[in-house]
Structures are given as C-alpha cells and as structure tokens.
Ligand binder design. Structure first.
Ligand code: GLA
Ligand code: ZN
Length: 669
C-alpha cells in the first residue's frame, strides 16, 4: 500500500536529502509526491529545462525504497511566462486581474496557457519515460482552488460562446432556455452572448441574471476545468503507463467542478483530507467527524471506486497564522477514517514545514528544525499497522444498502437561487448523511445516472432539477421496491433551471402522492408533531401539503399551515416515497431516518448507536471485516455478536470490544 509524504526537495539544501530519505524509510514511507509547484526550477527560462536536481533527489530517495508520484507544475506558471502573456491571468467578476505572487494565476481556457501546460507536462513525461520509480502522476494541483474555476476573461467569453453553440442548435433555443424575454435580454446571435460579469443588481447575494444562464456558465466553467486537466492526461499517456490522478478538494470547501466528469479520465481519484479545518468550519464538535466522513464518501463515489489521499493532515494547519489543531492520536484516527471510507493509499502533507513562503505554519510530519518528534512517531506507527493489513485494504469494497444522490447541476442551482436566505443545500445533505453515518449505516454517494436498484433506500434531499429521464429513473426505482426520500425543493425545476409548470412537487407529484400549494420559507421555527418523531421542530421551510394518494406521518403545529401534513409517505408500486416538507431539527431528522431504515429493512453495522463512533463494513475477496473508529476523547465499549479477531493487535474479542479514546479497531470473524 502506498504510504507517503508530500516532499519539496527544492525547499532544502541538497545535503539534507539523504537524511530525509533515511528518516522516511524508518517511518515506513514508500512514496513521495514531488514537483507540483516547481515550474520555475524545471524551466527557469523559456525552453531551458532542468530536471537534473529532481533526478538527483529521486536517486537518493529510491535508494531508501521511496518511489515517486510526479505532479505537473501547472498551478504555478512562472514569471517569465506571465510577463510574456499577461492575458493568462484570470479575471474576476468585477474585471480585476488576479495577478502574480500567489498560485493558480491562470485561466483554464487561455489557449496559449493550454499549450504551455501541455508542453511542460510532455517534457516531464518524456524525461521520465520508462522510469519505473515513477509510480504515478498528479495533474496540476487542486484545480479550481482559490476560486479560480470561474474566470471572466475574454478567452472565457469566447470559449463560452463556443460551448453554447455546441449545446444549443440555434440562438432561439438558447433564448428560450434562459428565458431571455424577461427584462428584454434576448440575444440576436451567439456572438452577442455575455458572461455573468459585474452588472446592475449586485446586493446581498441577489443577482439579476437569468438562473438558466448562470447554471450554463457554471456547467461551462466546470467543463473547462475538466478539459484543461484532460489535455495534460493525454500528453502524459503518450509516454507513461503510470497511474494518473488528481488531488480533489473536500466537498465542505469546494464544489465548483463536477467531479464525476473530472474523474472520468483519471485512473484513480485522490482527495486532500484536512480534518482540522473542517472542525473549525463545523459549529458542532460532536458532528464534525461526519463532515469529514461525507467528503470521503463523496470521493469514493466519484468513480465508485477506492481512492488515494494525496494530502492527509500530518500536523497543525496554518498559513500566516495557525488555524486548527489536533490531539495526539487523531492523525492516526483520521488516517484510519480515510481508509475506512475507501482510501487505499495515504500521502501526508507535508514532510517538513517550510520556513518561508505563504504556508509557514502549515506543519508536517517533521518540525521546522527537521527533527522527528511525536507526529513522526504517530505516523510511523500508523504506517506499520496499515502495511500489515494492506492486502485487506487494497481493492476492498463497501456494499452499502443506502445511497445518497449527489448531482452538481443541483448543487450549483441551489447556489444560484438559494430559495430562502437561510437555506444551504450542503447543510441539508450533510444532515441526512450525518444521521445515516451516526446510525452506523454504510452509504454510497452516487450519481443519478448509475444503477440505483441495488439500494434499499435512496436519499435525494432537495433534488430540485429534473427532466423526464430522471423522473422515469426514480419511478422505476420505487416501482421495483426502492424507498425514496425527498424533501421540500425537490422536483420543482427543470434542467434549464426554470421553475416547472407541473404542480409542486413537480416531477415528483405522482411519486410523492401529494400536492404542494404554497410554501413558507420560515424565518421562525415551527413545531411539528407525529407518531414517529413525537414533538419536533421545523427549522426551515414549510410546504403546504395536500394529501392525494399519500398519508401523513407528521403535521405542522401552529402557524400558517396549522394541522397540515409536514411529512408524508406514499406507496408506489412495490416501494415507498417519503416526502419531508421542511428541514427538521437533528433529533427529529434522526428519528425519521431510523424509521425509514427500519421500514426498508436496512441493517446497521452495530446493534446499538454509539455517539462519536463510526463503523464501516468492508469486504475483500469474500473476507468481511469492520472498521470501528472512536472519535470520542473517552473510551467506548461496543457490543458485538460472537467472537472476532482484531486485526491490528491480533487479539481475540468476545461479544464486545473496548476502544480507547480516539481508538480504532478492525475486526473480522
Ligand atoms: C492544499 C494544497 C497544498 C497546500 C495545502 C495547505 O491542499 O494542495 O499545496 O497548499 O493545501 O494549505
Ligand atoms: Zn478566463
């Protein structure tokens, strides 16, 4: 199993390299990712290439058994290139140039830049052709990081026009899709089309652009990033058979690129996994591990396959200031968490913190002084444990009975029209995931275009943008016995991001067996009552529901829709459709999720619920095992049925296992 570190030999004196390589070997490190920001060193002047320094570093590393993943350095175009072609700089919505001195200072659509990116990728691939020490390639680095997916330069405008010409047969079709008759925005030809640059209505997150146009722009920007990546993949493939990957970002922070599309041409997807910053973003400390978990599950869902972690947190994060912390034991626990959800290669960011540059306080495995201390020991221990069970980790699968459907058109459309000042689509999605994960149920996060029939339950909260094909997919799924869970803001729009004229819930009207006549986006909370949840709270949104074929599971209490249904269930074919007409408080949502799981016959991995514990069932070559993670700072005893062998310690456990604070276990029969 790949177990490594992100290494920057160019940041250190040469005589340190062999010390690093030896320390790596002792820590069990067998791979480093290098090179992804080193363009000015690979090509100090146009056409003058220097790979000798990296060759030397690689030679030193391989002597200690450390192999290499090479990053193409295209996230950091050098100064000579930017001076020669300043139109490569991305432009923001207000028309400002996003200039030199950071990174990602390039537009994905700039044709000159695409040629230069291709050329440096080719040069590297040519140079390392046939070199078996290169086990992988990473294209660019976190494409789209620092909000650079969406650029508003003239090259993007031109590329957008071309993209639209491909999508729409003629300009009338575009006008219809975008509804440009509204406010007299009709375009006479594709040449007249604009980008959503700074315009007149620009206050409090309200914009006056056509939601259809905005969504097409987001789709286009995502496609541009994917093309930009694929151009490099094509070059490298000409010279190398090594695994090609890209390091994607955690869903909590980044959703600008359709990762299903980005993943298509990659051999394996990678993620950069930083739990500490997520902890800071998440107000509830008891829930943050679910947020890390959902990002990992999303990564596995990109190709429905295991993945690598290209940057796993190895120390306190920070740039000019520290932001975030971790406790001893958490680096190990978080590594196991990644493995549990599908990671089969772990590379830690970074080997040693840099003394200069923007990320001075982003700590690594070593400290600034280069001395191995407690983080080094923790990672060393983790590595040696993982290698012992690596044959069970690599190629393992998780056979989830539950799916959550993630679709980027929907993600972007909810950002374009937030429907209510308080509504956040991600929060709703994560709330359902947290309940499932908290009940020790395995979840696949998947694409609507994949086979749903293997899942007993599919959750599609606020799945808003629909067409007849998707409608038919959902109908077939439920008809054949699937349990579908949808919520307010489901099915009310078509894929042009226009509101449907079908009675709400629009495309789900027949499936849900209800009609929604009116909505209250709710600025205040509202009581709801029902047998399953008892007394609960609608924290956001109320749909005024009229029952058609469905029956009510809970009702609103007080307010505009007093005594009207809040949650409904409808039998459709062999399956059921649950409709939740509001966002619920966590406890009520959890009760509802538990009820649905029981009704659908989904079996949890543990017989009781343990707060702060994750349990993931995995299988490799017919051998089943379960990974149990204790995110609590206190020990937890988990009840089991029968005898198990704990694979990390080799100890037999009987009917129960006690996990130490921040402890992990891998058990098998
Ligand atoms: C990202 C990048 C790294 C580094 C770390 C820490 O994940 O890929 O290059 O910048 O964040 O900030
Ligand atoms: Zn651009």
């Amino acid at each position: 199993m790949l177990f490594g570190a992100d290494y920057y030999p160019e940041h250190w004196e040469k005589d340190r390299w062999s010390i690093d390589a030896k320390l790596m070997k002792e820590a069990g490190i067998n791979v480093v990712r290098v090179g992804e920001f080193a363009w000015s060193k690979f090509e100090p002047k146009e056409g003058v290439y220097d790979f000798a320094w990296l060759d030397e570093a690689i030679n030193i590393l391989v002597k200690e058994g450390v192999k290499v993943i090479l990053g193409t350095p295209t996230a950091t175009p050098p100064k000579w290139l930017m001076d020669k072609y300043p139109d490569i700089y991305p432009i923001d919505r207000e028309g400002r140039v996003r200039g030199f001195g950071n990174r990602h200072h390039r537009c994905h659509n700039n044709p000159t830049y695409r040629e230069y990116a291709k050329k440096i990728a080719r040069k590297m691939a040519e140079h390392y052709k046939g070199n078996d020490n290169i086990v992988g390639w990473q294209i660019d680095n976190e494409i789209g990081c620092h909000d650079t997916t969406r650029c508003y330069c003239d090259h993007c405008l031109e590329a957008f026009k071309q993209w639209l010409k491909k999508k729409y047969k003629n300009i009338d079709e575009l006008n219809e899709a975008w509804g440009t008759i509204f406010w007299s925005q009709t375009y006479g030809s594709f040449d007249e089309v604009i980008l959503p640059r700074f315009s007149v209505v620009e206050r409090q997150a309200i914009h006056g652009f056509s939601p259809g146009m905005m969504l097409d722009y987001d789709r286009f920007a995502s496609d541009s990033a994917v093309d930009y990546q694929n151009i490099q993949i094509e070059e490298i493939r000409k010279f190398s058979n090594a695994t090609i990957t890209h390091n994607t970002m955690q869903d909590v922070v980044f959703t600008d690129i359709d990762y299903y599309d980005l993943g298509k041409e990659l051999d394996i997807v990678s993620i950069d996994n930083y739990p500490s910053p997520v902890m800071h973003m998440c107000s509830d400390m008891k829930k943050f591990h679910h947020y890390v978990s959902v990002c990992l599950a999303i990564t596995r869902g990109i190709k429905d396959k295991n993945f690598w972690v290209m940057e796993q947190q190895s120390g306190r994060p920070g740039w000019g200031a520290y932001f975030g912390k971790h406790m001893p034991g958490q680096l190990r626990l978080w590594t196991y968490q990644a493995v549990a959800h599908g990671a089969e290669g772990i590379v830690y960011f970074r080997w040693r913190p840099c003394t200069y540059g923007a990320e001075q306080y982003w700590l690594g495995i070593l400290d600034h002084d280069g001395i191995p201390r407690k983080r080094y020991s923790e990672i060393q221990k983790t590595g040696s444990e993982l290698q012992k069970v690596s044959s069970l980790i690599e190629g393992s699968t998780i056979q989830s009975e539950v799916a959550m459907i993630k679709d980027y058109d929907n993600v972007w459309a909810h950002e374009i029209c937030t429907h209510s000042p308080k509504f956040k689509n991600k929060d709703l999605f994560y709330q359902y995931y947290a309940n499932l994960n908290g009940n020790h149920v395995d979840v696949d996060i998947t694409n609507i275009k994949r086979d749903l029939s293997k899942y007993k339950v599919a959750f599609a909260p606020a799945f808003n943008l629909m067409d007849d094909t998707m409608k038919a997919i959902f109908e077939e799924y439920v008809e054949n016995g699937g349990h579908l869970v949808i919520t307010f803001l489901s099915g009310t729009r078509n894929t042009d991001n226009s509101i449907t004229i079908k009675t709400f819930p629009g495309y789900f009207r027949e499936l849900a067996g209800i009609e929604v006549e009116d909505v209250d986006p709710l600025v205040r909370e509202m009581k709801i009552t029902g047998n399953i949840i008892g007394e609960g709270t609608a924290t956001l949104w109320c749909d005024e529901i009229t029952l058609k074929e469905a029956e009510a599971l809970a009702s609103f209490h007080g307010g505009l829709f007093n005594d009207k249904p809040a949650i409904t269930v409808n039998t459709y074919g062999k399956g059921k459709v649950y409709y939740v007409g509001c966002q619920l408080d966590d406890e009520s949502n959890n009760k509802l999720v538990q009820h649905i799981l029981t009704q659908a016959g989904v079996k949890a991995n543990l017989s009781q619920v343990y707060e702060g514990v994750e349990a993931v069932k995995k299988i490799k070559d017919g051998k089943e095992y379960m990974m149990i993670l204790n995110h609590n700072f206190t020990p937890v005893t988990v009840e089991l049925e029968g005898k198990y062998n704990e694979l990390i310690t080799g100890v037999e456990v009987d009917n129960k296992i006690t996990l130490e604070p921040l402890g992990v276990a891998m058990i098998t029969k």
